[in-house]
Design a protein around this ligand. Structure first.
Ligand SMILES: [Zn+2]
Length: 444
């Protein structure tokens, strides 16, 4: 949150291993340092004040531990273990009775610049809602994500809203608006002629929901340009609904995908590929994608190849489900559409093949703040409940190359407390009582 009066400049302090070393500059900074970090009037270095969180139990990202407590210092987890072993002297104690403390959840596939298609169709959002309006909505979406326990999101394309994801990320990092940690992709990349909006007068050149690029020169330039604009990941569309035949068809060649991956790799940027067809998935796997988005048409052979190449699947079950006959919150009782039945079968094939699953829902297609639906569907579609929790915590942290998703010393203190025990009933993740991001309490 923005400070009302004083502005503390973080550059006047250095954080090393949970200690704060601060320099005296003015009386104001000294006072602020004393207030915030317990620096003595003589400028001696003291440990930052710790916070001890006392829930009923802790899910540490791998397993459940009854009677554990967690100590946080600065932006990191300092200690976790049986409550009696966690020293609380001098610490602020937060009691969280009847709750399970766990890593903040990860939304592996979001679009904060989109709102529910049930409110406004995608094409009307892209064509008729301008940047300022879309950004204003996104501010609410980001708050909703954080308050519903999602402390990290990987946002996979602004869908025509330029680089607003990077700008929103800056606003969060500068404390102007509340929101989760964001991994950004900026505009995403599609092959010319394949994406949308479509169906306008053919002589019009209609702005697209992605940046178009093809071949060596243009792909090199666009990948580098998006990284230059702040993309943490590159997102490309490996297939899409285009051409004279119904359904999705591959877009980029294997050589083009390899070029994208190699170019991004130079900057340490991983590549996520939207693909729903077996051939699109095959090219994504062999081309070096780190994650495949959706993967609806995956076969047992394709998923075996994914597992062998260590490519993670972000299954977006919620959006597959949402597009079909099921009303929200009433999943199991409804008859399945053929599309949902196919998705259920392909997801089972992915689990059987041992593919790494990153929980990601494609939220934005439906309401922000309801990303928990993806975890419920992971379980409803046959994933053991602890594995579903891992897909949004410890496994997600590894797939995204971040120090998140586990409750253990040294990890970032992104923690939530939910009512009940989510390892017994996954719906417990919908009752978020407490949210901390980077050691700062966002909801209590
Ligand atoms: Zn998406």
């Amino acid at each position: 949150m923005a400070n009302q009066g004083f502005v503390f400049n973080p550059r006047s302090s250095v954080f090393i291993g949970g200690y704060t070393y601060a320099m005296r500059k003015t009386d104001l900074t000294t006072w602020l340092c004393f207030f915030l970090f317990g620096l003595t009037a003589q400028g001696q270095v003291v440990k930052t004040q710790a916070t001890v969180l006392k829930p009923a139990r802790v899910f540490d990202g791998e397993a459940l531990h009854e009677g554990w407590a967690v100590r946080v210092r600065g932006d990191r987890i300092d200690a976790a273990g049986p409550a009696a072993s966690i020293e609380a002297g001098g610490a602020k104690v937060v009691d969280l009775p009847n709750t399970t403390l766990m890593p903040g959840l990860v939304e592996g596939h979001s679009h904060v610049l989109l709102h529910a298609y049930s409110e406004t169709l995608w094409v009307d959002q892209v064509a008729h809602e301008s940047l300022g309006l879309r950004t204003a909505r996104a501010v609410n979406h980001l708050r909703a994500q954080l308050m519903s326990g999602f402390t990290t999101i990987r946002d996979l394309g602004t869908e025509g809203a330029g680089y607003a994801d990077v700008e929103l990320k800056q606003a969060i990092e500068q404390g102007i608006i509340p929101g989760p940690r964001m991994l950004t992709t900026t505009r995403a990349i599609g092959a010319t002629g394949s994406y949308a909006p479509k169906g306008f007068s053919l002589e019009w050149r209609v702005p697209q929901g992605v940046e178009e690029a093809d071949g060596v020169d243009s792909l090199l330039r666009v990948v580098r340009d998006q990284i230059g604009h702040g993309a943490d990941w590159i997102k490309i569309y490996g297939d899409y609904r285009w051409g004279p035949h119904p359904g999705s068809h591959p877009t980029f060649s294997l050589e083009e995908i390899k070029l994208v991956v190699e170019t991004a790799k130079g900057a340490g940027v991983p590549v996520a590929i939207h693909t729903t067809t077996p051939e699109g998935m095959r090219r994504a796997i062999l081309g070096g994608a780190e994650t495949i988005e959706h993967g609806d048409g995956g076969t047992p052979e394709i998923f075996k190849m994914m597992a062998e190449h260590h490519v993670a699947l972000c299954p977006t079950l919620t959006v597959s489900n949402h597009a079909g006959a099921y009303p929200p919150g009433n999943k199991a009782e409804q008859p399945e559409t053929p599309a949902i039945a196919r998705k259920r079968a392909s997801f089972k094939a992915a689990l059987d093949a041992g593919v790494t699953i990153l929980s990601g829902s494609d939220v934005g297609v439906f309401n922000h703040g309801e990303s928990g639906r993806e975890l419920e569907l992971l379980v409803a579609y046959g994933m053991p409940v602890t594995d579903a929790l891992k897909a949004a915590t410890s496994v997600a942290g590894r797939v995204l190359h971040m120090e998140i998703g586990q409750v253990r010393p040294g990890m970032l203190a992104d923690l939530i407390a939910v009512e009940g025990d989510p390892t017994k009933d996954i719906s417990a993740i919908r009752t978020v009582k407490f949210v901390m991001k980077g050691g700062v309490i966002a909801k209590q």
